[in-house]
Design a protein around this ligand. Structure first.
Ligand SMILES: [Zn+2]
Length: 95
């Protein structure tokens, strides 16, 4: 049992890293395992999310953009769950 790196869906396969929705034909098709969740990209992603929260984007818009960003920056579902909260944004608490 494992969780798809991209969407977090549980999958009975022992070897695969992604579910059939996300790879090899989905958004995670270009991902290489060692490049997932790089610190620099995690920070970039978190900063981007904060900006979106700050701009008061709708939930739909937020999800659309964050999916695109995760696809490009190779942010796993787990890391997204950790960073994806407005309370972790410094600019929000100062506002
Ligand atoms: Zn998936």
């Amino acid at each position: 049992m494992y969780k798809c790196l991209f969407c977090g869906l549980e999958n009975p396969s022992e070897t695969a890293k992604f579910c059939s929705e996300c790879g090899p034909n989905g958004p995670a098709k270009d991902w290489t395992f060692k490049n997932v969740d790089e610190q620099r990209k995690l920070e970039q992603y978190a900063a981007m999310l904060c900006e979106l929260y700050f701009e008061n984007q709708s939930v739909e818009e937020l999800e659309k953009i964050s999916l695109k960003m995760r696809e490009r920056l190779m942010i796993s579902h787990n890391a997204h769950a950790d960073t994806g909260s407005p309370t972790s944004c410094p600019s929000m608490t100062n506002f």
